[in-house]
Design a protein around this ligand. Structure first.
Ligand SMILES: Nc1ncnc2c1ncn2[C@@H]1O[C@H](COP(=O)(O)OP(=O)(O)OP(=O)(O)O)[C@@H](O)[C@H]1O
Ligand SMILES: [Mg+2]
Length: 400
C-alpha cells in the first residue's frame, strides 16, 4: 500500500528526481563531450536553456553525480547578479588541487597550478581566494582577468590530465551572471581552447564547461562575451512528452511495488501537461491521496489521480499568487495585458496599445518585470512568461 512516509516524488526546485526522464539526448551529448575532452579533443561549452521548473538544475545535478562517481573534479557554480562566480571558481579549483596533492606523482603540476591561482588572485585584488603558494611572477598576472583566469584553467587542466581525470565546470542561472564575469569566463575558456598540450598532435586539456539558464541566456552570453560565447552548443529543455511523464510517474512507484492504473496515468498526464515541476507535484499529491484512502493495496486509482491533480492545481495557484504578491499594481496590469495576448502577439507596442499607451511609456514596466524574472525577452521585441502556467493563472484571476 502506498504509505505517506514513502512518497517518492519531489516537487521542488533543483532536486534530482528519482526518475529523470526524457532528457536522454542531452545526457548522451554531455557524456560524449566529456569522453572526447578526455581524449584531447576540443569540445564547445554546452548551454542548457528552459523556463522555470523545466529541469535545468536537475540535469546538472545528475551530471554532477555521474562525473563525481567517475572521479572528475566537479565545480558546481551558481551565478547571481551580486555574486562573484570567478572567485568561487578559483576557490573550487584550489580545493580540488589540494585534494590531488596527496598523489606524489602529480606534485609538480599541482603546485604549478596553485601558484598560478595565487598569481591571478594577487593581480586581481578584488578576488577573495585564499592562496596556497607564492605566486609565479610573469604568469597569470597580466591584469587581464580573462587571460589570467585562462592561465589558471590551463595549469589546473594540466594537473587534472596528469592525475588521469577531467575538470567539469557548471554554471547555473547563467542569465544572471554579470557581463564582466561572463566575459572573464568565456575569454578564459577561449584561451584554454587554444592551448595545445602537444602541438604535434593538437590535443587539448580535459576540461568541459556546461552553463544553464533561462532562454535569455544565449543573449546574455553574447552581450558579455561576444561571438565566442555564442558558439556554445545549446540544448533547449522543453515540456516532456507523455511517454517521459508516464515513466517519471510509474518508475518510482514500481520501485516500491505500487502500480498506477491506466486511467490514473491518463488523468495525471492531463494535470501535468508535460511540465516537470507539475508532474512531481501531481505525483506527490496523488500518492498522498492514495495513502490516505488506505485500501486497495498497491494500486493508484483514477480517483486518487483526480484528487492529486486538483491539489496540485491549488498548489500551483498558490505559487503563482505568491510570485504576484510582490508585484505592484501597475506592473501587474502589464502582466495581465501580456497574458491576454497570444504568444506571437506579445510585442512591446501591442502590449502598450492594450494598456492605452506607447511602448516607450511602458518600457520601465517591461524592464522591471524582466528584472523580477517573471518575463523574459523572446526575440523581435517580444516577451514571454518564464513560469509555465502563469498566463493561465492571470487570465483566471482576472476573469473572477
Ligand atoms: N526530466 C524530469 N523528469 C522528472 N522530473 C523532473 C525532470 N526534470 C525536472 N524534474 C523535477 O521538476 C522540478 C523542477 O526542476 P529544476 O529545479 O531542475 O528546474 P529548473 O529548470 O532548474 O528551474 P529554475 O529555472 O526555477 O531553476 C524538480 O522537482 C525536479 O525534480
Ligand atoms: Mg534551476
Amino acid at each position: 500500500m502506498p504509505h505517506a512516509d514513502d512518497n517518492p516524488y519531489v516537487p521542488g526546485f533543483g532536486i534530482v528526481p528519482p526518475a529523470l526522464t526524457g532528457r536522454e539526448p542531452e545526457f548522451a551529448d554531455l557524456a560524449t563531450a566529456l569522453r572526447r575532452a578526455r581524449r584531447g579533443s576540443y569540445e564547445r561549452p554546452r548551454l542548457l536553456t528552459g523556463d522555470r521548473g523545466m529541469g535545468k538544475t536537475a540535469v546538472l545535478g545528475e551530471l554532477h553525480a555521474a562525473t563525481r562517481a567517475d572521479g572528475c573534479w566537479v565545480i558546481d557554480l551558481e551565478a547571481s547578479v551580486s555574486g562573484d562566480t570567478i572567485a568561487v571558481l578559483l576557490r573550487e579549483l584550489t580545493r580540488h588541487l589540494r585534494g590531488a596533492r596527496r598523489d606524489a606523482r602529480v606534485g609538480a603540476a599541482v603546485n604549478a597550478a596553485l601558484a598560478t591561482i595565487a598569481s591571478v588572485t594577487l593581480a586581481h585584488t578584488g578576488l577573495s581566494v585564499e592562496v596556497e603558494l607564492a605566486p609565479r611572477p610573469g604568469v597569470a598576472d597580466s591584469g587581464d582577468i580573462a587571460a589570467d583566469l585562462g592561465d589558471a584553467l590551463i595549469a589546473a587542466g594540466q594537473a587534472a590530465l596528469e592525475s588521469g581525470t577531467a575538470i567539469v565546470v557548471t554554471v547555473d542561472e547563467v542569465q544572471a551572471m554579470p557581463a564582466a564575469q561572463v566575459s572573464a569566463l568565456f575569454g578564459a575558456l577561449q584561451r584554454l581552447a587554444k592551448h595545445d598540450v602537444d602541438p604535434t598532435l593538437g590535443t587539448r586539456l580535459p576540461v568541459i564547461c556546461v552553463v544553464a539558464g533561462l532562454p535569455s541566456s544565449r543573449a546574455a552570453l553574447r552581450a558579455g562575451a561576444g561571438t565566442y560565447a555564442e558558439r556554445v552548443r545549446e540544448h533547449v529543455l522543453d515540456l516532456l512528452d507523455d511517454a517521459a511523464v508516464t515513466e517519471a510517474l510509474r518508475t518510482p512507484a514500481e520501485d516500491q511495488g505500487v502500480a498506477w492504473s491506466g486511467d490514473a496515468i491518463t488523468a495525471a498526464l492531463a494535470g501535468a501537461a508535460g511540465y516537470p515541476f507539475a508532474l512531481q507535484l501531481v505525483g506527490y499529491e496523488t500518492w498522498a491521496a492514495a495513502a490516505l484512502r488506505g485500501e486497495d493495496a498497491d494500486l493508484i486509482t483514477e480517483a486518487d489521480a483526480a484528487k492529486g491533480v486538483a491539489a496540485a492545481r491549488r498548489e500551483l495557484d498558490r505559487l503563482h499568487a505568491s510570485r504576484l504578491d510582490e508585484v505592484p499594481d501597475t506592473e501587474r496590469r502589464y502582466l495581465q495585458a501580456v497574458a491576454r495576448l497570444d504568444g506571437t502577439q506579445r510585442r512591446s507596442a501591442v502590449i502598450a496599445a492594450e494598456l492605452g499607451g506607447t511602448a516607450q511609456e511602458w518600457a520601465w514596466a517591461r524592464a522591471r518585470l524582466i528584472e523580477r524574472g517573471l518575463l523574459r525577452p523572446d526575440g523581435h521585441g517580444r516577451v514571454a512568461f518564464t513560469l509555465p502556467g502563469l498566463a493561465e493563472h492571470l487570465r483566471a484571476v482576472e476573469g473572477t
